[in-house]
Design a protein around this ligand. Structure first.
Ligand code: ZN
Length: 248
């Protein structure tokens, strides 16, 4: 089975469509690791698309805030403005869909899917401080997570060697394939579709092949100017659309 892993789409329809074009024909089942909405200009269109495409969708912190399950108290002022804008823009049907999204982990065949971490859906796995206890703990051998908007992840092998998965800056398309060893533990982040923060503005996603036992990481340029123009027109804060072209 080939699983398409999408995360942190953040209402960015141009990035989502470009990723789906590149992924077309390459996967059997699509999964979304949360944060469908927040920040970007097309929340309804993105919810519609993800809802029809993905067999499994778990909620992210922005999904919770935008549908009113959570207040946006921990968000910075720009993110909070975008949250308020998104809540107003979402149709009642889509608000209801977001409210009903399950919290991770979602247990899949051979791995688990979470937004933040298996222990806490809002936790950021940014480095060894958060990754090592999880890789050494009782969690699944393979955990797919999002939330940080940093494509890659972390591994711990049998000999106790810890490594970060580094994504090369080129080429466009398939940038890296990581073979999955039976005796190594993995935290895999497919990257953010709609708002990458690893200093690479290209939209990111991954495909997990459970038979060949490998993860493929993809990066693709998309029409970022179009997304930015829509955000400007919608009155979303300037720093939120500037950051898209910077990838941070
Ligand atoms: Zn996010």
């Amino acid at each position: 089975m080939r699983f398409l892993l999408l995360s942190d789409v953040h209402s960015n329809l141009e990035a989502l469509y470009t990723c789906l074009e590149l992924a077309a024909g390459k996967y059997d089942k699509a999964i979304c690791l949360g944060d469908l909405v927040g920040y970007g200009p097309n929340p309804n269109e993105v919810v519609d698309k993800i809802r029809n495409l993905c067999k499994v969708v778990i909620r992210g912190n922005h999904d919770k805030a935008c549908c009113g399950i959570d207040d946006a108290a921990e968000f910075n002022p720009y993110a909070r403005m975008a949250t308020d804008w998104t809540r107003q823009a979402l149709t009642p049907k889509h608000l209801e869909y977001l409210r009903a999204l399950p919290m991770g982990p979602a247990v899949m065949e051979g791995f688990i899917a979470v937004h933040g971490s298996p222990k806490d859906e809002d936790e950021y796995i940014l480095g060894p401080g958060q990754a090592l206890p999880l890789l050494r703990g009782p969690e699944a051998q393979l955990v797919c997570f999002g939330h940080t908007h940093l494509q890659g992840g972390f591994t711990l092998n049998e000999a106790g060697r810890f490594q970060s998965i580094r994504i090369p800056a080129t080429p466009d398309g398939l940038t890296l394939t990581v073979p999955l060893e039976d005796t190594t533990r993995y935290l895999i982040n497919p990257g953010s579709v709609g708002q990458p923060r690893d200093h690479d503005w290209r939209a990111g996603f991954a495909i997990l092949d459970s038979e060949r036992k490998e993860v493929e990481y993809y990066r693709t340029p998309y029409n970022v100017a179009q997304t930015q123009a829509k955000m400007e027109k919608a009155g979303l804060p300037l720093p939120l659309y500037r950051r898209l072209e910077l990838g941070r």
